[in-house]
Ligand binder design. Structure first.
Ligand code: 3PG
Ligand code: MG
Length: 422
């Protein structure tokens, strides 16, 4: 990504004294700077849960992000033992084998990656015993054992028996309190890997200790899935742009006729509560002031821009309109920091990706000009930014989906908390 890498060592040294209840973002983590790995067996929790089609990885971003940690540990003479889940199998299931992902990883790493068909037991033990210093080994899907998701102490102990040290480099799985993401951190000396460290640095800079003013853009279909997120953001940011289907719910709650647009009409009171809370907290809410309307929910359906007082009764809002785009740009002009989750319109169908694409380019420009720290995350968001061709032009794009949302909701992430030394 485009952002500057954190200075080595700064992460642990810059930390302020932890305050009770404060979220663990930049406090009290040991990093690889603090780990003496030569000749040691290092269990590294990575997130190899990458999208695949017919056994081929279709988006290798998560793999690319963990290369620095793997290379550093290997170059320092550690035995690098990778642990990860893949998919959501119910027990052992060949469809969810990590083997093809390990092959893709070896290609990117330009080094051999050995593979063991189980993550505990005799096969794992034999594979670890065969390792030389600097070797990389990938163990099979941790979720082939149901004890993983139960954070079973016996399973965590069996994993711990394979290593001397534990490194967590999987921020995107840190919202899960599972054995390999949480339990294990209590059983071995634990460290944040480089990718974890970068995520925490950038996310903290975006929301916990941001340069103000801060603007958040939140889109997506439903208010109901992002209630906690909106409630937390209005307390933290100076301006909140609401787009996507969820904006319709807010407009409807304010008495705007939205025709046949997708909306959660039963969420009116909730939407009004969020608006009232924003007002108390001095958070400006930027709702659409116009809309792109079509009569069919399909790609390339003829569409027209309307003001909010003129949305046709049989029309559907599928994107924010040109005046709204201008307002969002003006809001971004005023901001020093931007956090983005969720597209502004039905971005998977052209031309209803238009506002999202235009704003994505604008954010990239402001970032390049040094005027904006921009951070984005969440599955759809990253797909939208990549489709707009700016996935690598923001300050930081998180690889996390669910974990990014929980972080935006202000929650502590168990995998992060377990790494804390303070
Ligand atoms: C993700 O892809 O968001 C993470 O790997 C977590 O996966 P999970 O939602 O199946 O726990
Ligand atoms: Mg997920």
């Amino acid at each position: 990504m485009a952002g500057p890498s954190p200075a080595i060592g700064a992460f642990a040294m810059r930390r302020p004294a932890p305050r009770a209840g404060e979220r663990g973002t930049d406090m009290g983590f040991r990093t690889l700077n603090d780990a003496d790995v030569k000749g040691k067996r290092v269990l590294v929790r990575v997130d190899l849960n990458v999208p695949t089609e017919n056994g081929k990885v279709t988006d290798a971003t998560r793999l690319e992000r963990i290369l620095p940690t793997i290379k550093e540990l290997s170059d320092k003479g550690g035995k690098v033992i990778l642990l990860s889940h893949f998919g959501r199998p119910k027990g052992r299931d060949a469809k969810n084998s990590l083997r093809p992902v390990a092959v893709a990883l070896a290609d990117l790493l330009h080094r051999d990656v050995a593979f063991a068909d189980d993550c505990i037991g005799p096969q794992a033990e034999a594979a670890v015993a065969a390792m030389r210093d600097g070797d990389v080994l990938c163990l099979e899907n941790t979720r082939f054992h149901k004890e993983e998701e139960k954070n079973d102490p016996g399973f965590a102990a069996a994993l711990a028996g394979l290593g001397d040290l534990y490194v967590n480099d999987a921020f995107s799985a840190a919202h899960r309190a599972h054995a390999s993401t949480e339990g294990l951190a209590h059983k071995l000396p634990a460290f944040a890997g480089r990718a974890m460290q970068r995520e925490l640095e950038h996310l903290s800079a975006a929301l916990d200790k941001p340069k103000r003013p801060v603007v958040a853009i939140v889109g997506g279909a439903k208010v109901s899935t992002k209630l906690e997120l909106l409630g937390n953001l209005v307390e933290k940011v100076d301006a909140l742009v609401i787009g996507g289907g969820m904006a319709n719910t807010f407009l409807h709650a304010q008495g705007v006729g939205i025709g046949k647009s997708l909306a959660e009409t039963d969420m009116g009171a909730t939407a009004r509560d969020i608006l009232a809370k924003a007002e108390r907290r001095n958070c400006a809410i930027i709702l659409p002031v116009d809309a792109i309307v079509a009569y069919h929910f399909e790609a390339n359906a003829p569409s027209y821009a309307y003001g909010l007082d003129a949305i046709p009764a049989d029309g559907m809002i599928l994107d924010v309109g040109p005046q709204s785009v201008a307002r969002i740009k003006a809001t971004i002009d005023d901001a020093a920091t931007l956090v983005w989750n969720g597209p502004l319109g039905a971005f998977e169908m052209r031309p209803f990706d238009h506002a999202t694409v235009v704003i994505a380019h604008y954010v990239a420009e402001r970032t390049k000009a040094g005027r904006l720290v921009s951070v984005a995350g969440g599955g759809d968001t990253v797909a939208a930014l990549n489709a707009a061709g700016v996935g690598d032009r923001l300050t930081y794009v998180s690889t996390a989906g669910g974990a990014f949302l929980e972080w935006m909701e202000g929650k502590s992430l168990p995998g992060v908390e377990a790494l804390r030394t303070a």
